[in-house]
Ligand binder design. Structure first.
Ligand code: GLA
Length: 379
């Protein structure tokens, strides 16, 4: 990072922050429904470096794009097209200023990463969190961890225009090595749960990027809000329906896709709670079964899987050493995550990738990840 910054701007960075990518462990599309979710910050992430300027210019560059973007502090607007990644740091700048951070001069900013972009690991939230910590340090403005995660989500919702919940930013902020991150998204309460020893993740990215991925996500978001509008008189929030209350759902007048979406939210909520309890009881078999059951619910009820993800999950769970597997993140493409013990390694992951390539004509990217620490200023 230091070398890249020096090379680009001809002077050293004065502050560097780092934030990790995340895996969604379980709790698919529950965050914006106010449900419980479990995620993990992983041991790969992004660095954001800054140095102050004396004028009102902002310059931004990323190691993977290499195109310098320049704008004025007085005209911070979302950028369209291939430079769209700048909206993550610019969004953070905007929400931090709205929050009260005083910014009288511009800055040079650079991003480097060891996190594959667009692989469903939320490089966007990692850039938001790293930029948030770097900017607040540069401008001497203090923000606590919870608020920083909330500001990341706010930047994404209001500046980038993606109606996500707080899963990605919450995991990137509250990650802890050897732990998962548990979030109660109704109250934005964060805690860490020990990760079972001896387990790690294998991630297989389908490389399938649905052209409508953002609009499909927004459609599911709207369907959940519509389902909740029907149920509003009976329950304070969708997740307050335990799975035993499926009868109530059936009697609610909901039908078709809205009923399916609501059932997913209800049943997935129960599954997250059960998984949390199984983690505490060190019942890893149960944890794995829940992950795979979560995938089935995303596929059959929430409608956000695809043939490629289904294939990877089906094949993965047949392999010795795979406790469970599921799509991770928004869905409609993106990555499959498998929770594995030491019997499943690189050779087995390559075998899965070969089988996938034979069927779909292209290879998924594969890599392994462990849990890692959350966002922080590092220099
Ligand atoms: C994306 C969003 C998250 C969450 C997941 C699905 O990763 O950014 O907020 O909704 O999808 O659970």
């Amino acid at each position: 990072m230091k070398a890249f910054f020096q090379e680009q701007y001809g002077r050293p960075a004065t502050v560097i922050a780092r934030a990790p990518g995340r895996l969604e462990f379980i709790g698919n599309h529950l965050d914006y429904n106010g449900g419980p979710v479990l995620g993990a910050a992983i041991d790969r992430g992004v660095h954001v470096a800054l140095a102050p300027r004396t004028d009102k210019v902002i310059r931004l560059i990323s190691q993977s794009q290499k195109n310098l973007v320049e704008l004025s502090l007085d005209q911070v607007q979302p950028v369209q097209g291939t430079d769209g990644w700048v909206n993550y740091p610019l969004g953070m700048l905007k929400v931090l200023r709205d929050e009260g951070m005083s910014v009288s001069h511009g800055f040079d900013l650079a991003v480097t990463n060891d996190l594959p972009m667009g692989a469903g690991l939320s490089s966007s939230a990692a850039i938001e969190l790293a930029a948030g910590y770097a900017l607040s340090s540069l401008y001497n403005y203090s923000v606590d961890r919870k608020r920083m995660a909330e500001l990341g989500r706010l930047a994404e919702n209001t500046f980038v225009g993606m109606p996500c919940g707080i899963l990605d930013q919450g995991c990137s902020a509250f990650g802890k090595k050897d732990h998962l991150v548990a979030i109660d998204c109704a109250t934005n309460t964060f805690s860490n749960v020990p990760m079972p020893q001896g387990l790690r993740f294998w991630v297989l990215n389908t490389q399938k990027k649905h052209a409508l991925i953002d609009s499909l996500y927004a459609t599911r978001h709207r369907e959940c809000m519509d389902a909740f509008a029907v149920l509003r008189l009976k329950v304070p929030s969708l997740r307050d329906l335990a799975s035993a209350d499926n009868a109530l759902l059936a009697a609610s007048g909901l039908s078709g896709d809205l009923l399916k979406r609501a059932r997913h939210v209800v049943e997935e909520t129960a599954r997250v709670r059960d998984t949390h309890a199984a983690l505490t009881a060190k019942n890893v078999v149960r944890v794995g079964q829940n992950l795979t059951a979560s995938h089935a619910s995303s596929r059959d009820l929430f409608g956000n899987s695809c043939d490629e993800l289904d294939f990877l999950v089906e094949r993965a769970v047949e392999c010795p050493g795979v406790l469970g597997a599921r799509l991770t993140g928004g869905g409609f493409g993106g990555a499959c995550m498998a929770l594995c013990d030491s019997q499943f390694g690189e050779k087995e992951a390559n075998g899965l990738a070969d089988a996938y390539a034979k069927k779909f004509g292209h290879r998924p990217t594969i890599f392994t990840a462990a849990t890692g620490d959350g966002a922080a200023v590092v220099s």
